[in-house]
Write a protein that binds this ligand. Structure first.
Ligand code: MSP
Length: 508
C-alpha cells in the first residue's frame, strides 16, 4: 500500500497478548475503524493499523505459565485478536505484530538512529519494578500493602495497585531529561496535540511539575529472554515499550518508505504518558516528525466497576457479538462513547438501543415501502422536476416548510458530523443521525400519506394534488433514509448494507 503525506493514518494501540481480547480492546478498534471508514467514505486516502504487542516479561510469564513456547503462545492469541476484528468488521490495512520480521528491522534501525544521535547510554538502574505494568516506579509512586492471597506485606504502585519489586541491574538509558523542555514547548505550541483537553492539561502538568528522569530502555537478557536484542549487545533486550511504539513506524514502511504520513493515535487513558511524553521524545531523538494528534479515551466499566475476572464482571465482545450481532455492540459503544469519561457496559441498554434502531429506521423503511404508495411514480416525478417546483404546486406552506426542513437537515448532516467522527466524538454523530428518525417519521404521522388515496369521484385537480403530496412525502422519506444509511455505514456497516440493499442503493 502506497502512503503519501496526505494519507489519513489512524492507529489503535497494539494489544498485549497475555490474555484474550476484552471489550476495551474492541472499543478501541471500533473507534478507530469508524473514523477510518468515514474518511474513506469521504474519498480521503486512508491507512489504519491495529495489532499485537508480543514481547516483554508479561507475555514471557504468561507463555511460561501456559507451558507453551512464547512465539506459539503469541500466534494463538494474535489469532484471537484477528478473529475479533473479523467478527466486528474492523477493516484494518495492516495487522502488525511486534514479532513480524519487518518490525525487528524497523526497531533495530530506530534504536541505532537514536543511539547514533547520542540519546542512549549504559548505566546502573535501581528501582521498583512492576511486571504487570512493565514499568519502573520511583519511591514516591509506591506504597505498602497486603497481598490479597498470602496476607504478606508487599509494595504496590499507587497508580495501578500492581505489585512492585526492588531491582538493581545494568540497563541502557534514554536521555529523556534532555528532551523534556522540547516536548513541553512542542505541546504548548500545538494545543490540539492531545485531546480531550483534560489529558492535554495532565501532560502539561507532568512536564512542568517535575524533572523527568532518564528512561531505562533495556532489560538484562538473563531476566527477559522474550524481546528484541539490543543491537550489538546480546546481554540486553529492548524494553517492550520502546519496541512497541515503533510499530507505528514499521507499518508505514519505516525506514525504507519515501513518505511518512503523520499518524493520529488513539489510546486508552492508562497509556498516555507513553504516547504523549516518551513517544514524542523517541521521535525527536530520531529526527522524525511527531504524530498529528493523540486522542485519549476512557475505560469501559461494568456496574460502575473495573472489569475483572475475579469479580466476574467481564464483558466478552465475542460472546456479545455472537448473540446480538457485532453491529449492535458497535452501535452501543459509539452511541455512549464520550472520550473524557468512562463508559458503563450494560446489556439492557444495548438491547434497548438495538430496538430503538429497528423502531426508528427499519420501521420507517417498511412504512415508506408500503404497497399503498407508488415509488416508481414518486421517483419519476422527482426525476423530471425539482422538489422546490413541486412543493410550490402543492400550495400548502406548512407542508412545504416541513419537507424543506427535513431536506435541509439531511443535506447538512454529512458536513455536520464530519468533525464529530474525525475527532472521535462518536456519541454526537450517532445522536445526530438518530435524531433524524423521528423527524422523518413525523411526516407520516402528520400528513398520513396512506389517506391520500384517490377516490373515483375525485376531480382531476384533487387527484393530482393528492398524488403529488403523497409522492413528495415518500420521496423525502426514502431519500432521507438513503442518506442516513450511507452515513450510518461507518458505525454499523452490516445493518446499513442490509437496508441499503433492500433499497437497491450502492454503498458508495
Ligand atoms: N501493549 C500496550 C499498548 C502498546 S501501544 C504501542 C497496552 N496493551 S493493552 O492490551 O493492555 O491495552 C490496549 C488498549 O486497550 C489500551 O489503550 C487500553 O487503554 C485499552 N483498554 C484496556 N482496558 C480497557 C477498558 N476496560 N475499556 C476501554 N479500553 C481499555 O497497553
Amino acid at each position: 500500500m502506497k502512503l503519501s503525506l496526505k494519507t489519513v493514518y489512524t492507529t489503535t494501540p497494539i494489544f498485549y497478548v497475555n490474555a484474550k481480547p476484552h471489550l476495551g480492546h474492541f472499543y478501541t478498534m471500533t473507534l478507530a475503524d469508524v473514523r477510518n471508514r468515514w474518511c474513506k467514505f469521504n474519498n480521503r486516502d486512508t491507512f489504519f493499523t491495529t495489532g499485537t504487542d508480543e514481547h516483554g516479561l508479561k507475555v514471557q510469564n504468561a507463555a511460561e505459565k501456559a507451558g507453551i513456547e512464547p512465539k506459539l503462545f503469541c500466534d494463538g492469541l494474535a489469532d484471537k485478536f484477528k478473529e475479533l476484528a473479523k467478527l466486528g468488521d474492523i477493516k484494518y490495512d495492516r495487522f502488525i505484530r511486534t514479532t513480524d520480521v519487518d518490525h525487528y528491522a524497523a526497531v533495530n534501525h530506530f534504536w541505532n538512529t537514536v543511539n547514533d544521535n547520542g540519546y542512549i547510554y549504559k548505566g546502573q538502574h535501581s528501582g521498583w519494578y512492576s511486571v504487570s505494568d512493565e514499568t519502573f516506579y520511583t519511591e514516591s509512586d509506591i506504597v505498602e500493602s497486603n497481598d490479597e492471597k498470602t496476607g504478606k506485606k508487599i509494595m504496590i504502585a499507587k497508580e495501578t495497585m500492581n505489585e512492585v519489586i526492588f531491582q538493581t541491574e545494568e540497563n541502557y538509558f534514554f536521555k529523556l531529561s534532555k528532551l523534556q523542555k522540547n516536548i513541553l514547548d512542542y505541546i504548548k505550541s500545538n494545543p490540539k496535540f492531545i485531546k480531550p483537553q483534560k489529558y492535554y492539561d495532565f501532560i502539561i502538568h507532568e512536564l512542568e511539575s517535575r524533572e523527568l528522569p532518564d528512561l531505562s530502555v533495556s532489560r538484562p537478557s538473563s531476566r527477559l529472554q522474550w524481546g528484541i536484542p539490543v543491537p550489538n549487545d546480546d546481554n540486553q533486550k529492548i524494553y517492550v515499550w520502546f519496541d512497541a511504539l515503533v510499530n507505528y513506524l514499521t507499518s508505514e514502511g519505516y525506514p525504507n518508505a519515501k513518505e511518512f504520513p503523520k499518524p493520529t493515535h488513539l489510546v486508552g487513558k492508562d497509556i498516555i504518558k507513553f504516547h504523549c511524553i516518551y513517544w514524542p521524545a523517541f521521535l525527536m531523538a530520531a529526527n522524525i516528525q511527531l504524530p498529528e494528534q493523540v486522542f485519549v479515551h476512557g475505560h469501559w466499566l461494568m456496574g460502575g466497576r473495573k472489569m475483572s475476572k475475579s469479580r466476574g464482571n467481564v464483558a466478552d465482545p465475542i460472546e456479545i457479538s455472537n448473540y446480538y450481532g457485532s453491529d449492535s455492540l458497535r452501535l452501543f459503544m459509539m452511541r455512549y462513547s464520550v472520550l473524557d469519561t468512562d463508559g458503563d457496559y450494560n446489556e439492557k441498554t444495548l438491547n434497548a438501543l438495538r430496538s430503538e434502531f429497528i423502531d426508528k429506521f427499519c420501521n420507517l423503511m417498511i412504512r415508506s415501502l408500503s404497497k399503498n404508495f407508488s415509488i416508481e411514480r414518486a421517483l419519476g416525478r422527482l426525476q423530471s422536476n425539482k422538489l422546490e417546483t413541486l412543493l410550490n404546486e402543492v400550495n400548502d406552506e406548512e407542508f412545504k416548510n416541513s419537507i424543506l426542513s427535513v431536506q435541509l437537515q439531511i443535506n447538512n448532516l454529512k458536513n455536520d458530523i464530519d468533525d464529530d467522527i474525525t475527532n472521535f466524538d462518536m456519541y454526537k454523530a450517532t445522536h445526530k443521525l438518530f435524531s433524524m428518525g423521528p423527524q422523518i417519521n413525523s411526516l407520516f404521522d402528520i400528513y398520513e400519506p396512506w389517506k391520500l388515496k384517490v377516490k373515483q369521484d375525485d376531480d382531476e385537480m384533487t387527484k393530482h394534488n393528492k398524488q403529488l403530496k403523497q409522492d413528495i412525502i415518500i420521496f423525502t422519506a426514502l431519500d432521507s433514509l438513503r442518506v442516513l444509511l450511507l452515513l450510518f455505514q461507518s458505525i454499523i456497516p452490516q445493518y446499513s448494507k442490509m437496508l441499503l440493499d433492500r433499497l437497491n442503493i450502492d454503498s458508495k
